[in-house]
Design a binder for this molecule. Structure first.
Ligand code: CAA
Length: 382
């Protein structure tokens, strides 16, 4: 494996870092406090080509590889994990899905706008009774002539409120489990489709998350993605890529925790010595750094496999499992190093702990990642 980044990848990383420090860092605490969506910053990310990074230029994207996307996603999330998830969902779960599965008419009509950042997209699989058990859907899409009629409730939809288009998974044939699930492109503003309130979350509070309600919502049959019954496979394959994005988001949060810990440990004195001179603190810093480097290697390995069009389902699950665990542990240790100050909102590091938690839950819980990994390992070894 080559451990060098190309000049282009390093430029993407530098551009993302400078943008994040200049445009995201200043207001991140206020947006978190007020649950205020980073409208202007997401627009700017679109103008920079960061909302459709892996989509070829002919379809409105920037034409970068998955590794460049990881580097950018980490930098954005280093400063603002809320902006990080909006970017990740649009890139991995919406644009990549349309790139892989939509027909040319759908790409022309939707992908160009989504990949260029003109529009924002959301991905809606989960339902109140179908979280990890993702094929247990109740939302239905009944074919009537040249359209489908959607009925049901979806939940935990990132960018549900701010998006222009949602990829919705619904049951077109009941009683046959995942084989009866289909995927649709659903535009905002059509009759019978409404969104719920912005959820008041523990972390990533500036991003919007909401329920979606479909009540006799008519969607053109032209908006069915691929074929009836392909929906679950589309969701699973897309989430394999999404997990690389969330692993990168977790790396950004974890790196923020490490960098803040080092800065504070060198600055803060107790017993007439800086915290960084205490073995207990050094051990925390060393372990954060080991785990972050290991998680980054796994994440970038998954991205390289994706770029080489090799199987990356196990690798992305491993990356997400380790990166999210590392982010949670690093953020918790960071708060511990800051002590009493760490527990105060004013110092900003408790936000890292709150933001890190979701990376162990969305796009497949850590328990689901272990299931995916164990199945793959047993298949390889039998
Ligand atoms: N690629 C392609 N196909 C796949 C696949 C993959 N990675 N994983 C499964 N499949 C296929 C299987 O081959 C199988 O197809 P066949 O019947 O034709 O052989 C079919 O899908 C069913 O697979 P399983 O039997 O493995 O399905 P399962 O019911 O046991 O569930 C699971 C597997 C891994 C637990 C899956 O349900 C899962 O990933 N759950 C988590 C869901 C999730 O990640 N939700 C995230 C919501 S989106 C979100 O969070 C977005 C956001 O806003 C941030």
């Amino acid at each position: 494996m080559n451990y060098d980044y190309s000049e282009e990848q390093l430029l993407v990383q530098k551009t993302a870092r400078e943008f994040a420090q200049e445009q995201l860092r200043p207001g991140v605490k206020e947006r978190d406090d007020k649950m205020e969506y980073p409208t202007e910053q997401i627009k700017m990310l679109g103008e920079m080509g960061f909302m459709g990074m892996m989509v070829p230029e002919e379809w409105g994207g920037a034409g970068f590889d998955a590794l460049s996307y990881c580097l950018a996603e980490e930098e954005i999330s280093r400063e603002d994990a809320s902006a990080g998830v909006v970017m990740s969902v649009n890139n991995s779960l919406v644009c990549q899905l349309l790139m892989d599965w939509a027909n040319d008419d759908q790409k022309e009509k939707y992908l160009k706008k989504l990949a260029s950042g003109e529009w924002l997209g959301a991905f809606s699989l989960s339902e109140p009774q179908a979280g990890s058990d993702a094929s247990n859907l109740l939302c239905t899409a009944k074919r009537e002539g040249d359209h489908y009629v959607l009925n049901g409730i979806k939940n935990w939809v990132t960018s549900g409120i701010n998006s222009n288009v949602v990829i919705v998974f619904a049951v077109t044939e009941k009683g046959i489990g995942h084989k009866g699930v289909s995927a649709f492109i659903v535009e905002k503003g059509i009759a019978g489709f409404t969104t719920g309130k912005k959820e008041n979350k523990l972390g990533i509070r500036a991003s919007d998350t909401c329920e979606l309600y479909f009540d006799g919502c008519t969607v053109s049959a032209e908006n069915l993605i691929a074929n009836e019954g392909d929906g679950f496979k589309i969701a699973m394959k897309t989430l394999d890529g999404g997990r690389i994005g969330i692993a990168s988001q977790a790396l950004g949060i974890g790196r923020a925790a490490l960098e803040e810990s080092v800065r504070y440990a060198q600055e803060r004195k107790q017993f007439s010595k800086s915290l960084s001179s205490f073995g207990a603190i050094r051990e925390k810093i060393a372990k954060m750094s080991i785990n972050l480097d290991a998680a980054r290697l796994l994440t970038h390995k998954a991205a390289v496999l994706k770029d080489k069009k090799q199987s990356y389902s196990k690798a992305s699950a491993q990356a997400k499992w380790l990166a999210s665990k590392t982010a949670m542990e690093a953020a918790t240790e960071c708060v511990q190093i800051f002590g009493g100050y760490g527990y105060m909102q004013e110092y900003g590091v408790e936000r890292l702990m709150r933001d890190a938690k979701i990376t162990q839950i969305y796009e497949g819980t850590s328990e689901v990642q272990l299931l995916v990994i164990a199945r793959a390992v047993m298949e390889e070894l039998s």
